[in-house]
Design a protein around this ligand. Sequence first.
Ligand code: GDP
Length: 393
Amino acid sequence: MEILLPILIVLVLIFGFGVVAVNRARTRRRGIDNEPPARPVERSATPAPTAVLEPEAPPVEVPPEIEVEIEEALAPVEIEEIEVEEAPLEVVERPRFRDRLGKARAAFTSAFTSVRSRGGITEDTWDDLEDALLAADVGLDVATDLLDGLRDRVKAKEITDPEALLDALKVEMKDRLGAADRDLQFEPQPGSPNVWLFVGVNGVGKTTTIGKVGYAQVVDGRSVVMAAGDTFRAAAAEQLQTWAERAHADFVRGSEGGDPSAVIFDAIQRAAARDTDLVLADTAGRLHTKTNLMEELRKVRRVAAREPGRVTEVLLVIDATTGQNGLTQAKQFTDATEVTGVVLTKLDGSAKGGIVFAIETGMGLPVKLVGLGEAVGDLVPFDPDEFVEALFA
Ligand code: GDP
């Protein structure tokens, strides 16, 4: 028995050393196996540095308290939703037509000055007026119609002097714009958001217009979702997002090149779920001469009108500086999307303000809003009286 005990201890020691040696050998083997496959050697002009072999590091033991900390860090954390109190939007001041229509007025001023400079109404008077109306892009039909009516009244001696003629022209111009319904249609119904679609070619000011309209609607107490339906331009979505943040509006975008209808439908469903009043949807404006864009817009219009959405406005955005060219666009977009009204942007920088007449009388579309500058408050309801007055003085 006394001899057996030391022998047993010696045997246990030998077995122990054996196990440790085998484990070490396995660890080394695993380290080699886990290494990535060797890369092909790149030939280089400079000799490769000599590899320095580090002595093998002893296994790192993680103390139990650190293990607990790691476990805690990896555990799922409950996220608390914090309602951010947003400061109310500032009500911005509306610019006056008179102050912003300097360029459009200039188209008429010199003609009116020469009309006034004559003692009576002569053939030159009619030429001056016709030239001014055409230069302002009123369009030949409208210009002829306006002047023919006035000629009859001059012949009938109803109008006898140049000043009275200009007054009569002003009244005629106001009358031509007077009848249209320019209100933006909104039909409140819980769970069924109104959808206002914005269509038009790139660069006319669509995104900026949606931003300005959204801001004004939020100031008026409506809740708004902006939908980045122009999925072909990432920049458009980013620009719209900035406007949405500024206007305290919700925002929905899709993947680049994705289906615009899907993005808009998503925004409508989100609006319905949250009882949001209004979805303002941007659309693509590229390739307006190709049928596929018009097909795309047709689809957008159909999808937007599906429950729970209700399309109450399709607003065609036209750049006033493009003058009569804008009308060709208007026709195509109207055919595809049943346009309900026009937003005429950049009237502040345009000498072709007469396009308003061509749009209203030629196309039968009401100009509902006009852009008088780039700032958030520079989109205003179109006021025909104020507009015509601004052209005359
Ligand atoms: P989109 O491509 O149709 O979406 O056009 P944007 O909204 O990006 O506008 C194009 C440019 O027109 C921007 O620089 C706008 O600031 C500018 N813009 C838009 N509306 C007006 C306006 O009423 N007046 C002026 N002066 N610039 C405007």
